[in-house]
Design a protein around this ligand. Structure first.
Ligand code: ADP
Ligand code: NI
Length: 222
């Protein structure tokens, strides 16, 4: 008779970390393992004062970017399917797998532009954790890194930011990186879900505003 011992939650987390590091080893560097590590830490911090199943939060924070649609021909279904297959291979309970996969399907800014997401307390936490990493000093670094990766202009005073953002326009935009601040990054503070997330976003938001003030000042020779 074969004895099967189920993995502990900590063992599952450890395996997931190894898996995610491997999957993201050649990823665009704004969405690499370090992004995941920061989001994971943000999620733990928010979870300390917000309700939600911590195991689901931890798994979803680790797995949320394993196949970003931007880098997979726009296909939004790869990441949740990959997470499902991986967690199934570890023998994780189906109810946990369903929660993690649904969360990954609903976390992205794009999928929230013109559709209502399926909400859960765990999505609120992980989405806030991911959004915190898109703003502040790290957010500025990531935005200009991404712009460089796509060879976008840093700024072009003749190309104004889009005000009526649809998911299609957002995906095909090749606008200068400064526009991304108005199209997304400066909006995130008011989109935070949890009181803790909102509180953590305030200082990072202010830092981006200061950065933009200085940017225009220097642009104009100041
Ligand atoms: P989500 O994954 O939440 O839908 P994105 O993948 O569009 O959001 O953005 C994740 C991060 O990638 C942004 O916070 C930003 O750092 C960077 N990024 C995405 N699109 C752009 C862009 N057009 N210009 C600059 N940075 C971008
Ligand atoms: Ni992310």
């Amino acid at each position: 008779m074969e004895l099967t011992t189920a993995m502990t939650e900590e063992e599952i987390i450890d395996h997931t970390i190894v898996f995610v590091k491997h999957e993201l080893r050649e990823s665009e560097r704004g969405h690499d393992w370090w992004h995941i590590q920061r989001v994971y830490q943000n999620a733990l911090k928010i979870s300390a004062s917000e309700p939600g199943d911590l195991f689901v939060v931890r798994l979803a924070a680790l797995l949320h970017d394993i196949a970003d649609a931007k880098f997979h021909g726009g296909d939004e279904s790869i990441a949740p399917a990959k997470a499902r297959d991986f967690l199934t291979s570890l023998g994780v309970r189906p109810s946990i797998i369903d929660q993690v996969a649904t969360l990954i399907e609903n976390i992205s800014f794009k999928s929230n532009i013109d559709a209502l997401p399926v909400r859960s307390p765990e999505l609120d936490i992980v989405q806030d954790a991911d959004r915190l990493d898109a703003i502040g000093a790290i957010g500025i670094a990531r935005a200009f890194h991404y712009g460089g990766y796509k060879n976008r202009e840093i700024y072009n005073p003749e190309i104004p930011p889009l005000t009526d953002l649809t998911s299609e326009k957002y995906k095909i935009s090749t606008a200068p990186t400064l526009n991304h601040f108005y199209e997304k990054l400066l909006r995130l503070k008011d989109l935070m879900n949890t009181p803790t997330g909102k509180r953590l976003a305030v200082e990072r938001h202010r830092f981006m505003e200061d950065f933009l003030d200085r940017f225009y000042k220097e642009w104009n020779g100041g």
